[in-house]
Design a protein around this ligand. Structure first.
Ligand SMILES: [Zn+2]
Length: 410
């Protein structure tokens, strides 16, 4: 296929994705004013519900603005030869392929960050602030940003450098070594995320002794779940939204509860949320998810290895010299329709897992406190009670509240 055709395919993919995305958002937004299913009548009172609808509408309008802006910038960059310009800057600085790639991606990411930071700033300090979610100070916002950058430079830069080194050394077989590297990093991250990454952003303290801990311990003993690590994280320093999650496996497994969750929920409800998390563990969802994502990564890298040596994939983004880094961008866009489909499948699996974890909590603990905790969590995040089924199908990793409650009531 010639470069010109590929270039138009790239443009078409970007535009079609925008249209599909916006179409789904539109369908979803049309349902904001639908009547609430009777089971959910007690989630909000009238005034709170009006506020949650306002929140969704505000986010919807804002997403139109950011998505359109991002499409225009991306298209302009492609059409005006932006990648060629960045590539020539990088090539003027060095002739080493790894250094060129690092500078190339570095410039693109800095540019992207400069363009998107005002939006995330507005989202945090205007929208989230207006609806009372935001607890982040401006100082914390910038510190978070700096820490995020440092992590991207060390981790992302390191991995990218290694991948190009594999490519220089092993040619098309680079994908096998890259696969091993990515699998090792993601396994490591899953095991030590809570120990190494979370502390950079949050403070975690072991759950203190008391009735809650006793109740959790009693439940854990009952289902034969060895639980040594229950941590409370200071989520409240950024947001009022509450959450709980499970990470790691084997001896590294731990449950993390947001301090906001502990403040908002009754003890029985917290144990129910925990029982749901234990359900994920007992049903081996964590292992399945990691295995599946490693297999998917291998498949993607294999397909990448087929196309990477094809100069057209580089040239299609408008550069004059084919290279690994330019091909990576071209491939990234050309592959995105396929990754849309795989993420859709992953979401379907994830929703099935959520029902299984809910069922586990129902069978080993109780469904009523889980229902009331799900209602409280939906309320605290002003979540959408009437999403469009097509939107759920594409984007939801968790079933909508009403579906989960109906399942729990069976
Ligand atoms: Zn879950």
């Amino acid at each position: 296929m010639n470069t010109q055709t590929l270039f138009y395919i790239i443009i078409a993919i970007l535009v079609i994705q925008f249209i599909i995305d916006r179409g789904l958002e539109y369908l979803n937004a049309k349902r904001y004013n639908d009547s609430i299913p009777p089971e959910l009548n007690d989630v909000f009172d009238r005034e709170e519900y009006r506020k949650s609808q306002e929140y969704k509408k505000t986010n919807y309008k804002f997403s139109w603005f950011t998505a359109t802006f991002s499409l225009i910038i991306t298209l302009a960059f492609l059409l005006l030869g932006g990648f060629e310009w960045v590539d020539s800057i990088a090539r003027n600085i060095s002739s080493h392929p790894i250094v060129i790639a690092l500078i190339f991606f570095g410039i693109i990411m800095i540019g992207n960050d400069i363009l998107t930071t005002p939006f995330s700033y507005y989202r945090t300090f205007v929208i989230e602030e207006e609806f009372g979610f935001n607890k982040t100070s401006k100082k914390l916002f910038w510190i978070d940003k700096a820490k995020g950058w440092l992590m991207t430079i060390i981790l992302g830069g390191g991995i990218l450098a290694l991948i190009i080194w594999f490519f220089e050394w092993a040619g098309s077989n680079f994908w096998i070594y890259t696969w091993i590297l990515v699998a090792a990093v993601s396994l490591f991250m899953n095991l030590f995320y809570s120990r190494l990454i979370v502390p950079i952003f949050n403070k975690q303290t072991p759950l203190e002794d008391g009735s809650l801990k006793d109740m959790i311990q009693a439940y854990a003993n009952k289902v034969g779940f060895e639980i040594k690590n229950i941590f409370v994280i200071d989520g409240s320093k950024r947001s009022t939204k509450a959450n709980a999650y499970f990470s790691g496996f084997g001896r590294e497994k731990r449950i993390t509860l947001y301090d906001t969750l502990i403040n908002d929920l009754e003890e029985e409800e917290i144990v129910a949320v925990l029982a749901h998390e234990v359900g994920h563990y007992k049903r081996k969802h964590i292992i399945y998810n990691i295995t599946l994502s490693i297999l998917l990564t291998g498949l993607t890298l294999y397909i990448l290895s087929i196309f990477i040596n094809n100069p057209e994939v580089s040239l299609a983004i408008g550069v004059s010299q084919p290279s690994f880094h330019a091909a990576l961008i071209g491939f990234g866009i050309l592959y995105s329709p396929i990754s849309e489909i795989t993420s859709l499948v992953m979401n379907m699996i994830s929703r099935a897992f959520e029902y299984q974890a809910d069922d586990y909590a129902k069978d080993t603990f109780s469904s009523q406190p889980l229902i009331s905790s799900l209602k409280k969590l939906s309320k605290s995040s002003l979540s959408n009670l009437t999403p469009h089924p097509a939107y759920v199908f594409m984007h939801y990793s968790h079933p909508p509240l009403i579906a989960r409650i109906r399942n729990l009531k069976v």
